[in-house]
Design a protein. Structure first.
Length: 387
């Protein structure tokens, strides 16, 4: 059922190396083609071939003259490498006229990939006609390379059409466009490597939002209207809370949790960027009275003073209880005690956050991490569309 070798025979994704696989299937049914193929074998490949006899006779005559100069030369053979018959149809060029007629290998990457996809589809159509009911599996690695977003969207649509029937298309991608544009039968998986081990997990809607955000570069100005924002200090907080939301609160509004690179000053900058990005949508920033922040406990008087100054300058945040401060210097000391003991050997913060998020129960999270739960609850309550 898997026809990957046949697809490779049509073209190779890494290089535009087109093969006439589509046409050969039809030619194999043409009697004149079969007769020509037989004549080729008789002329070049048969032991009785006149060409072979002529080469041998020439070799014998040359050897006789050569032996006069080099008596030790007792044998001489001229060999002509006869190419496989199928190679006669491989030495051709493909010309594409998109306003300027040019060889395909001189076109841009986008045109070359579009051409290769068209050849795949034509090959699949031809093979399917010969074998009704046969399904195809297509494997394409990073199909979006060198394509601008509009071209990626067109390619995604074309690839989706391949899967409208019984065929399946497997794509590895780093494209935010491929993720954000969904197909009715599309299924996404997250592939991660950790300490040499590779894991594959089904992507959740929250995972997709996070992945699109990160593929866009992780800037708050790249976000597209989530229900609300929760801005935290570091990536471990964002990772832990994203997993907790996905596991225990899938029914809650779709908020976006933004990590401020472990910097409380960056949190203030991110909040300003989030509010500024959406000013054109109204007279005042649409998240100004909604976004929620969660800080680690200040590590010293300087940070405590900085946090106090920030809240004094933003009374709408303080008065509306949208700033929440953990009682510990970091999330790592705030996890439930039993889990901290269980995963004491893990020192890498983000890896620990993943394990904690996957292990903590809803009951333990709400009872043992009340500040984090309160921050999430506030963010959900102020979210657009919240009941």
């Amino acid at each position: 059922m898997v026809l990957f070798d046949d697809v490779v025979e049509v073209f190779r994704l890494a290089h535009l190396d087109v093969r006439p696989g589509v046409g050969l299937n039809a030619l194999e049914k043409d009697q004149r083609y079969l007769d020509f193929k037989q004549k080729f074998a008789e002329l070049f490949e048969s032991p009785e071939s006149g060409v072979r006899k002529l080469l041998q006779e020439t070799s014998d005559r040359v050897r006789t003259h050569l032996a006069l100069q080099f008596p030790d030369c007792t044998a001489l053979e001229f060999k002509v490498e006869i190419p496989p018959f199928e190679d006669f149809l491989k030495g051709y060029t493909t010309t594409v006229d998109d306003g300027v007629a040019t060889n395909a290998d001189a076109k841009g990457d986008g045109m070359q990939r579009a051409l290769m996809l068209a050849i795949i589809k034509a090959h699949a159509d031809a093979r399917r006609h010969d074998a009704l009911g046969k399904a195809f599996l297509f494997f394409i690695d990073e199909a979006e390379l060198h394509l601008h977003p509009t071209a990626q969207r067109q390619l995604k649509s074309a690839l989706s059409s391949l899967a409208d029937g019984v065929d399946q298309v497997f794509i590895t991608t780093h494209s935010s466009v491929f993720l954000s544009d969904t197909h009715p039968h599309q299924v996404e998986f997250v592939v991660e490597k950790d300490d040499g081990a590779t894991t594959v997990q089904r992507m959740t809607p929250r995972d997709r939002t996070r992945a699109v955000y990160e593929l866009l570069g992780g800037s708050p100005t790249d976000l597209l209207l989530p229900a609300n924002f929760l801005i935290v200090e570091g990536q471990s907080e964002a990772t832990f809370l994203e997993i907790v939301c996905s596991r225990h609160y899938p029914e809650k509004p779709r908020i976006h949790i933004v990590a401020a690179d472990g910097d409380d000053e960056r949190q203030a900058q991110y909040l300003a960027a989030v509010m500024k990005a959406y000013v054109p949508l109204g007279d005042s920033p649409i998240y100004k009275t909604r976004a929620v922040l969660m800080f680690d406990a200040p590590t010293g008087p300087e940070k405590a003073a900085r946090l106090e100054t920030f809240l004094n300058h933003h009374p709408h945040i303080r008065d509306n209880e949208r700033a929440h401060t953990l009682p510990t210097l970091g999330l790592e000391d705030y996890y439930p005690a039993a889990l901290r003991e269980q995963f004491a050997a893990l020192k890498q913060k983000v890896k620990l956050a993943k394990m904690m998020g996957k292990s903590v129960t809803r009951e333990s999270f709400e009872a043992d991490m009340p500040v984090a739960f309160t921050a999430l609850t506030k963010c959900w309550g102020l979210a657009y569309g919240a009941a």
